[in-house]
Design a binder for this molecule. Structure first.
Ligand SMILES: [Zn+2]
Length: 443
């Protein structure tokens, strides 16, 4: 049967089970470890997980076996914050930064997000699809089985929709399951620099949002009353499930962010917020107030906002690839969030400017060194809690009966290697919904 698989002979099986919601506090350190374990997947879902000695009579003769060879088995990694789709490259800018140029100098010379915006607008959908697929292939090879993908480098209606369509097309066939987020409020494009509110209110809220959710009532029509947009607008399938804003110095202020998020919520989108990366503008409080699924970055969050977040259902997503990529040395204070009771998660923030990193393994290694997370905490933050950050906590992120059979076999006999090693790739095999989708030895 398609999606049937019996994974046996694992030195360790980590279930990261957390039936009552995301892991918080001391529960973060419990990865649900079974020594000499096995996992039975039927029709794509976990049917049994536990001690291998008990399982032989459960499987039956017709289930295909996968011998883990004494390696570690754990849930597929979930990357809940990426900017996967972009055009162009920022290599020259990277070199300029190494030579001492500041971010502001580079931006003033036409670099930064504006250069990526121009390259993304100029790229065809096929070109964007090809480059995004290469990055997604690398994510899969490094163990990511579910990922969130934001738009946000188009910054006009046609280009934002083009990027969201790339995510939709890729998600239809690629083994990595994608969750789409609309980030038209990533930055104010240069044409609106003197009147940013016009971009926020007219372009993002009035023009982009109805197309993203494919609200037919609000879509422009031609003289015969037919909808004057894309062929598949009739399907009613929204192009995104979440709406995100970049609330920070040099991007949107708190008032603009609130307007976008409230409008997105009103048309049924879930919410996410880029909060407190460079300056604390109150974005974390806003995320909690509006019931956002996550607040992300949180490098400069003040203690009272950490307490507010800790008492909420909003997941704290840390992106240590960004301060590493910028070499700022300033990382989020993960311990303060854990002590405040927050559900903490990790993500790559894969993007061309600050974190061109496809590997959640490297993010785990950074989190343990610079954010003082323990290996078990980082694994929970990269699996079950990351799944909750994109509202998939009941489907993926842990190996529990009834959830999707997404798992990794790692080339080690101790899961702590995932945090200890860095710069390499421990992934031996990736299984998505009971199907082997990556096998190092088959390459
Ligand atoms: Zn981001």
């Amino acid at each position: 049967m398609e999606g049937d698989l019996f994974v046996v002979n694992a030195s360790q099986v980590l279930t990261v089970a957390s039936p009552g919601g995301p892991k918080r506090g001391a529960a973060l350190r419990d990865v649900g470890l079974t020594v000499d374990g096995a996992v039975l997947i039927r029709r794509g879902n976990v049917a049994w997980v536990g001690d291998a000695a008990q399982v032989s009579e459960l499987a039956g003769p017709h289930i295909p076996f996968l011998d883990a060879g004494g390696r570690v088995v754990l849930p597929g990694l979930v990357d809940p914050h990426t900017h996967l789709v972009w055009g162009g490259a920022r290599l020259a800018e990277f070199e300029q930064r190494l030579a001492g140029a500041t971010y502001q100098e580079i931006a003033a010379a036409g670099g930064g997000i504006v250069s990526t915006m121009q390259a993304t607008r100029a790229a065809s959908q096929e070109e964007l699809l090809a480059s995004a697929q290469r990055r997604l292939d690398a994510m899969l090879a490094h163990g990511t089985t579910t990922a969130e993908v934001k738009s946000g480098y188009g910054l006009d209606v046609i280009s934002e929709v083009k990027c969201l369509e790339v995510t939709r097309l890729l998600g239809e066939w690629h083994p990595v399951e994608l969750v789409s987020t609309f980030l038209g409020a990533h930055a104010v494009p240069p044409a609106y620099r003197t009147d940013p509110d016009a971009y926020i209110d007219q372009v993002v809220i009035k023009e982009m949002l109805p197309r993203v959710v494919r609200d037919e009532r609000a879509l422009p029509r031609n003289h015969t009353g037919q909808i004057r947009v894309y062929a598949n607008a009739r399907t009613h399938v929204a192009l995104a499930e979440f709406c995100d804003v970049f609330c920070d110095a040099g991007a949107l202020d708190l008032v603009q962010s609130r307007r976008v998020l409230e409008a997105a919520r009103a048309v049924g989108l879930g919410l996410k917020v880029h909060a407190d990366e460079f300056e604390a503008l109150g974005a974390t409080r806003l995320a909690v107030e509006l019931g956002a699924a996550s607040a992300d970055h949180l490098v400069v969050t003040p203690p009272e906002d950490i307490a507010t977040l800790g008492a909420s259902d909003t997941v704290a997503v840390f992106l240590p690839g960004t301060p590493f990529g910028l070499a700022t040395g300033h990382y989020a204070d993960a311990r303060a969030f854990v002590e405040a009771g927050a559900a903490v998660a990790l993500a790559t923030d894969l993007n061309p400017g600050t974190s061109p990193c496809p590997s959640m393994q490297f993010i785990i290694a950074l989190a343990c060194r610079y954010m003082k997370m323990l290996p078990a905490e980082a694994v929970a933050a990269a699996t079950i809690n990351a799944a909750h950050a994109i509202r998939r906590g009941d489907v993926v992120g842990s190996l529990e009966v009834g959830k999707q059979g997404d798992l990794l076999i790692l080339d080690t006999d101790d899961y702590r290697d995932l945090a200890y090693q860095f710069g390499g790739n421990l992934v031996h095999t990736v299984v998505k919904a009971g199907r082997v989708v990556y096998d190092r030895e088959a390459r």
